[in-house]
Design a protein around this ligand. Structure first.
Ligand SMILES: NC(=O)c1ccc[n+]([C@@H]2O[C@H](COP(=O)([O-])OP(=O)(O)OC[C@H]3O[C@@H](n4cnc5c(N)ncnc54)[C@H](O)[C@@H]3O)[C@@H](O)[C@H]2O)c1
Length: 343
């Protein structure tokens, strides 16, 4: 089969992972690379001799391409999405799709009208541990899930040279850049859509972020599951603690590390039993599987992680912001209705 011809747009921190994953996939061929930053372009020209390199996507629309991988910051993607839609170029956009629910909804509508696949890079779904957790809950050995506790406590030094800089000044960096993954995998693993949220976002006194680095939320999902969420990028200690426990009618399933350590037990078990996980190279295996899913769409497979699906996670995010500002419960339906195009 002919490889998928891909334009990589945005050559910053995240693109470094993507470029190695794409290079290792014989089903994909990079046909152009874009970034307004001259140093990024020089690196790309050196690493990909013979491939078109440009400052902007609009300069390479003459290159025959099937898809574009957007690794740009979530704000300011309008022109990129418009260009892809105008030229029938499928889109694989890094999360979050946009920096507002309104923009994301507009992009989803635009892509659907143009008949262009729009997929969001939700790589955490493709972690071996996420797949195993979903399967453990589906299997029914521990009964049906009724409530969960999701903790992600990290000291993220956003000034490190290897990390992107825009989250330091964006509003709600934790929600838009990190919690969006967590909200997505909650929906994915529980196979449930959110109904309402009570939440507070805030910034610890020592936070290096201008926007709130902390999110505390209690989500209610349709079907009855409740999830207590705490996420921070400004933990009091320089480490990453992850703990996602789900209590079910007959036991619990617990994930104790971001990339593994899954165990489960029935109500009267003295010890939890580890659940075996596949070999997994963090950031690489998950992106590899996400890319394989994207390529499969062009060969007739059903799309996963669609922009339309992603809107549900963005509603959760926006509902947290509103709930915190109002100090009141916010229904997801309110956010969804506000995002609908006005007649
Ligand atoms: N899925 C993940 O695990 C993961 C991890 C890190 C970042 N991300 C996401 O990846 C995206 C990019 O983040 P990053 O860390 O690479 O940021 P970054 O700031 O390091 O890089 C962004 C790059 O995009 C370029 N750019 C900006 N506007 C552009 C445009 N119109 N056309 C072409 N290039 C443009 C910038 O010059 C920069 O080189 C964000 O959406 C972020 O949330 C995802």
């Amino acid at each position: 089969m002919t490889p998928l011809r891909l334009i990589v747009v945005g050559l910053g921190a995240r693109a470094r992972t993507w470029l190695s994953v794409v290079r290792a996939n014989p089903d994909v061929q990079i046909v152009a690379l874009c970034d307004p930053d001259a140093r990024a372009r020089d690196r790309a020209a050196h690493d990909f001799p013979g491939v078109a390199v440009a400052a902007d996507l609009s300069e390479v629309t003459g290159v025959a391409a099937d898809a574009a991988l957007l690794c740009t910051p979530p704000g300011g993607r309008d022109a990129l999405i418009e260009t892809c839609c105008a030229h029938g170029i499928a889109i694989l956009a890094e999360k979050p799709l946009a920096d507002s629910v309104a923009s994301a909804s507009k992009f989803v509508d635009m892509a659907e009208s143009a008949g262009v696949p729009l997929i969001v890079g939700l790589n955490f779904r493709y972690l071996g541990v996420t797949q195993a957790l979903r399967k453990a809950l589906d299997g029914g050995d521990y009964g049906s899930p009724e409530f969960g506790r999701f903790l992600y406590e990290r000291w993220r030094d956003g000034r490190q040279p290897r990390l992107n800089k825009y989250p330091l000044t964006m509003p709600h960096p934790m929600l838009w850049e990190q919690s969006i993954h967590h909200f997505d995998i909650m929906r994915y693993v529980y196979r449930a859509e959110p109904a309402y949220v009570q939440a507070q976002t805030f910034n610890p006194s020592w936070s290096m972020y201008e926007g709130d680095a902390n999110v505390s939320a209690l989500f209610g999902f349709h079907g009855g599951i409740r999830v207590n969420y705490q996420g921070t990028w400004a933990a009091g200690i320089d480490r990453l603690d992850f703990d996602w426990r789900t209590d079910c009618t007959g036991g619990i399933v617990v994930q104790r590390e971001m990339f593994g350590n899954l165990a489960a037990g029935r109500r009267h078990d003295a010890e939890l039993t580890p659940i075996p996980l596949p070999e997994h190279e963090p950031w690489i295996s998950d992106a590899t599987d996400l890319l394989a899913m994207f390529v499969a769409i062009f060969r007739g497979a059903a799309p996963e992680c669609t922009g339309r699906d992603h809107l549900q996670s963005l509603y959760m995010l926006e509902a947290c912001i509103r709930a915190s500002a109002r100090r009141a419960t916010v229904e997801i339906e309110e956010v969804r209705a506000d995002a609908m195009p006005k007649a």
